[in-house]
Structures are given as structure tokens and as C-alpha cells.
Design a protein around this ligand. Structure first.
Ligand SMILES: Cc1ncc(COP(=O)(O)O)c(C=O)c1O
Length: 382
């Protein structure tokens, strides 16, 4: 008898849930692309939502004070980061805040410094607003992805460089920036007087015993020049409920941000607020179990790919493996995986077509099925 059954082992049929992830490909393909997980949300969230639905009236809703308190406690408990209640800005998602920040704090033609390959909205936000992306290579050092700091300085030093868009923990690649790395980036931000927009949506998904350091927590100067973006959506698998928040400690920046959103970026949905409150108040035990499960899935994947031509580093955070397929004699790694029956994200979308991003936020048996398919396809090209 298998005594170690986990709630995360449960197979959930999402095919009829209008799921983006599960409707992109035919049934024969295991979808492992967009960043949501095939897990049930914690009971505390489902109960809070049910209770709210039962109230039956769904008019305009403001953010409950308790949510701000829960966020403050969460940030102190996990990151030793104390923030004022008035510094939290509630949002219906994080991506809109990336785009808004670029538009609110830079002008057409300005340069935005972005280490990548990276989650595509960090480059899309500048490009769609007619800004220039000053790309900084993420390179492998000590078995993990980290920005090339010489390139970073060159990019920051260019005329019209206005802003750094950081993704910490990094997606894809899963690096948790160390305090030393962040301090080095802050030195550049201060020297060249750049605003930092730090997308920390994956900060609660650290799989190793490593601290997440919010960029803004580094120093008073860092706090003054940083817009921090966070959300419970990835961690508690509630992306469809649309809730994220920004922490903006500098009052002038906060005012500009709020003025720029007016009439364009709405308040978060009432159900998103309800779920976020339940997650931060009562989701800790579930969260810890999730991290243990994801770390096992990561190790399982790393072990199984070792010895194949597919290369994947040990990732410190996220459930998004960044897999190098450049050793394969194939034209499109994305198509190779698809032909194998596994629908991954194309590395091209993040900045490197030789890679794919595979989402292992799923029951281990699903991951195992996918790996078996990949192994079979690898045999067929050898
Ligand atoms: C780094 C990063 N930022 C933002 C998002 C999406 O944020 P939201 O759904 O809140 O707009 C994702 C989703 O994968 C992500 O990986």
C-alpha cells in the first residue's frame, strides 16, 4: 500500500474548466506550459469563496483592512520586511502593473534594462510602449543563472536608461537572487539613478532553504526607488481570480502610479480579495506541503533528465524548468516536445529558442508520464 499519498497526487480533470492550460492542445498532449498548477487550491480558500458566494450580493467592493494586515504579517514572517499599510496598492494582476510602470515612469525612446531570457511581459512592456530594451544576458555561474554584471553596468550606464525590470526569483531559470547579487544591482541603480520594478511573484515558491530578499528591503535608497510586485496567485494556484499587489514606499512614486492607473486599471475582483485574505491568513500549512511536493518533482525531473542530451540546472525556485535542447539534432525544441506529446512553453518567447520551459506543477504521475514520452522521443532521434 502506498502510505505516502499526498493531496497533490490527486489527478484533477481540468478539461471542462475553460482552463487556458488544458484547452490549448488536443487531449493527447500533456499541457505543461502556462504557469498554473494542476492542484486543488487549499481548503481555506475554497471555504472563504463559498462563504462569500453564499452572501449572494456582488456589488462594488473595497479591499478589506484585514487583507492589508495579512499581507504585512506575511512579509514580516517570511522576509522580515516591515512595510506601512498605506504603501500597498491592490491590483487585478501583476502584468498590468509592469506595463503601467513602464508607461508611468519612462518616456518613448528611453531604455529599460532587462536581464533575460525572462518572462516575456518584462520585455513586452517596454517594447509595446516604444521603449528600448537594454538586454542583459543571464549566464550560468556556479550552476545557476545570474546576470552578467559587466553587461548590466554597460546597460545601466547608457544615456536614457531609466529603469531596471527585475524578475526575482527569476522565471525561467529559477534563480533566487542572493543578497550580494541584489546589492550589486542596487549599486548600479543608485549610481545611474534608475527606478527598479521588481517582479517578485514567485517569491513564495522557493524550493531550497534559501532566503528571498525583497529588493526594496535592501536599504532606504532601494525602498525609495523600487516598485515591488507580488501576488498570491502562483503560490496558491488562484491566477484566475485576478489579485496582485504592489508595494511602493516612495510616496511620490505611489502617487504617480495611482494617477496613471486611474480609469484604466480597475480594482481587484471581490473574489480575488477574498481568496488572497484566506491564503495569507490560513494557507501556511498547505503552502509548506506544496513546497515539499514541488521540490520532489524538481529532483525527480533533474534525475531523469541527467544522462539525456537535455540539460537542466537545479532550480532554486518556481515550478518552471528551463531545459536546454541545443544538443539535439532538431530544428525546433518546442515542436520536438509537442511531437513527443508534451506541450511546453517555447523558449523563443522568453528569449532563447534552443530552450523550452516545462511546468512541473502537477501530480508526480503526470510528470512521470511526460518524462516517459520525452525519453521515448529522444530514443527515436538517436
Ligand atoms: C514573472 C511573472 N510575472 C507575472 C506573471 C503573471 O502575473 P498576473 O497573472 O498576475 O498578471 C507571471 C505568470 O506566469 C510570471 O511568471
Amino acid at each position: 500500500m502506498n502510505t505516502s499519498f499526498s493531496v497533490f497526487d490527486t489527478l484533477i480533470d481540468r478539461s471542462k474548466m475553460s482552463s487556458d492550460k488544458w484547452s490549448k492542445y488536443p487531449e493527447s498532449i500533456i499541457p505543461m506550459w502556462v504557469a498554473d498548477m494542476d492542484f486543488d487550491s487549499p481548503a481555506c480558500i475554497k471555504e472563504a469563496l463559498t462563504q462569500r458566494i453564499d452572501e449572494g450580493v456582488f456589488g462594488y467592493t473595497h479591499t478589506p483592512k484585514a487583507l492589508v494586515k495579512a499581507i504585512q504579517s506575511h512579509l514580516v514572517r517570511r522576509y522580515d520586511w516591515a512595510i506601512g499599510a498605506g504603501n500597498v496598492v491592490h491590483l487585478p494582476g501583476l502584468v498590468c502593473a509592469l506595463h503601467l510602470s513602464v508607461r508611468a515612469f519612462s518616456n518613448e525612446g528611453d531604455r529599460i534594462v532587462v536581464p533575460g531570457p525572462v518572462y516575456y511581459h518584462l520585455t513586452k512592456a517596454p517594447l509595446l510602449a516604444e521603449r528600448k530594451v537594454e538586454h542583459v544576458d543571464m549566464v550560468i555561474q556556479g550552476g545557476r543563472w545570474t546576470p552578467d554584471m559587466a553587461q548590466f553596468e554597460t546597460a545601466c550606464a547608457k544615456s536614457n536608461s531609466k529603469m531596471i525590470l527585475l524578475c526575482n526569483p527569476h522565471n525561467p531559470g529559477g534563480s533566487v537572487y542572493t543578497k550580494a547579487e541584489l546589492l550589486a544591482i542596487h549599486t548600479l541603480a543608485e549610481k545611474y539613478d534608475l527606478l527598479v520594478v521588481s517582479d517578485e511573484i514567485h517569491c513564495d515558491l522557493i524550493l531550497d532553504d534559501l532566503p528571498h530578499v525583497p529588493f526594496a528591503s535592501l536599504s532606504k535608497d532601494a525602498a525609495n526607488r523600487t516598485i515591488t510586485l507580488m501576488a498570491p496567485s502562483k503560490t496558491f494556484n488562484i491566477a484566475g481570480l485576478g489579485y496582485a499587489f504592489a508595494v511602493i514606499e516612495n510616496e511620490a512614486l505611489r502617487q504617480t502610479f495611482n494617477q496613471s492607473r486611474m480609469g484604466l486599471v480597475p480594482s481587484p475582483n471581490m473574489l480575488g480579495l477574498t481568496a488572497a485574505l484566506a491564503a495569507y491568513e490560513d494557507g501556511q500549512e498547505w503552502h509548506q506541503e506544496l513546497l515539499t511536493y514541488l521540490a520532489k518533482n524538481r529532483d525527480f525531473l533533474v534525475d531523469r533528465l541527467a544522462g539525456t542530451p537535455l540539460k537542466m540546472l537545479h532550480l532554486e525556485a518556481t515550478y518552471l524548468a528551463w531545459i536546454d535542447a541545443s544538443a539535439l539534432p532538431i530544428e525546433s525544441p518546442n515542436q520536438f516536445f509537442l511531437d513527443a506529446g508534451v506541450g511546453v512553453s517555447d523558449g523563443k518567447d522568453f528569449g532563447n529558442p534552443n530552450y523550452v520551459r516545462l511546468n512541473f506543477g502537477c501530480p508526480k504521475s503526470t510528470l512521470d508520464d511526460a518524462i516517459i514520452r520525452i525519453e521515448k522521443a529522444l530514443k527515436n532521434i538517436n
